[in-house]
Ligand binder design. Structure first.
Ligand code: ASP
Length: 341
């Protein structure tokens, strides 16, 4: 619980006690599974599987919250479920690089302490969010990459898998398509870049009124040269402080340039904007104006949240005090709590 003074003296006056609420906050968990979903691209079975995994992630994280555990535990639990679900571009089911590998990025941040952990370019870590958490809790560092991050994972008993674990046929075919399109664009001297984005993320408010955010991704299909997107960069794709927590999904280069997650929270903190208007302003005004696209989930310490995006869909959901998971995919899929445009 937050420390509440029962009473105190100011300039000789007795100030009446502030009665703390029974619960400082009603726990809330919001998740996303990426803004790259294209209308009609999913079979009914794929759509059902994605919805089921979103609900499972919401329940897993919410169980932590109602047990009185921290927002950090909740976002870790929710993202772990989404990493294990092949429907999303994170953990199993991650997109392929140009060279046919899966290179995974993840980050999390604890709003109460501002501690953060991040990893990038790992190829054998089953749940990158758990490694990001270990970086935060078991090292003096914030970010580790590649082979060094995997050596750290091994030292700390984080589960490693064969790279083939991450492979799904659907993602492999997306890479083949991107390679074909790239070859034909080169033939036509077109510089447009092929991309599919996914990413998973969670933001949570715990009963103590603390926030946390976590994001995990395979990045963008056909990425090269050790490219790292916004997801593991604190302030770009992931950020949490004592008033606001954000996880982004979208064209990472634009989220990095906009320092999107921090920008949303800065508008809440310094400009007094609501979570919804700050998140909409960055996601639906600034990012598209700069030429990017995507979405984000944002949650405030008052329990208000927003899920804006400017693509055809964003896997998304939330769960609050009634314990019922609310889940949606397409922009046309109305969901209580949506703040699309
Ligand atoms: N933002 C991620 C990246 O650029 C991709 C995504 O959200 O799908 O790596």
């Amino acid at each position: 619980m937050k420390a509440h003074l029962s009473c105190f003296l100011v300039a000789g006056l007795l100030v009446l006690p502030v009665v703390p609420p029974a619960h400082a906050a009603d726990p809330v968990l919001v998740v996303h599974g990426g803004a790259g979903v294209v209308r009609n691209a999913l079979t009914p079975a794929e759509e059902a599987a994605a919805r089921a995994s979103l609900e499972q992630a919401l329940r897993a994280g919410h169980a932590r919250l109602i047990a009185g555990e921290s927002a950090l535990e909740a976002v870790t639990a929710a993202v772990r479920v989404l990493e294990d679900a092949p429907s999303f571009n994170a953990g199993k089911g991650a997109v392929f690089t140009h060279d046919g590998r899966n290179e995974l990025d993840a980050a999390l941040m604890d709003g109460a302490t501002r501690r953060a952990g991040a990893v990038a370019g790992v190829q054998r870590v089953k749940n990158p969010v758990l490694l990001a958490r270990a970086v935060m809790e078991k090292s003096p560092h914030v970010m580790m990459v590649g082979a060094g991050a995997e050596a750290f994972a091994k030292e700390h008993g984080i589960e490693l898998v064969e790279p083939s674990y991450f492979r799904t046929e659907k993602r492999w075919q997306q890479l083949q398509k991107a390679l074909r399109e790239e070859a034909s664009r080169e033939a036509h001297a077109d510089i447009e870049t092929a991309r599919y984005f996914g990413t998973v993320g969670a933001v949570a408010l715990d009963a103590q009124g603390h926030l946390a955010a976590a994001t995990s991704t395979g990045g963008m299909t056909n990425k090269r040269y050790g490219r790292v997107g916004d997801a593991p960069i604190i302030g770009a794709g992931t950020y949490a402080d004592d008033r606001c927590a954000v996880s982004g999904t979208g064209w990472g280069e634009f989220y990095i340039r906009a320092v999107a997650a921090h920008e949303i929270c800065a508008r809440v903190k310094h400009a007094g904007q609501s979570i919804a208007s700050a998140a909409r302003g960055v996601v639906n005004d600034d990012i598209p104006r700069a030429g990017g696209d995507g979405g984000a989930i944002a949650l405030g310490s008052d329990g208000s949240f927003a899920l804006p995006f400017n693509t055809e869909g964003m896997y998304r959901g939330w769960i609050g005090s009634d314990g019922v998971p609310h889940v949606a995919i397409y922009a046309t899929d109305a969901m209580q709590g949506d703040t699309l445009r």
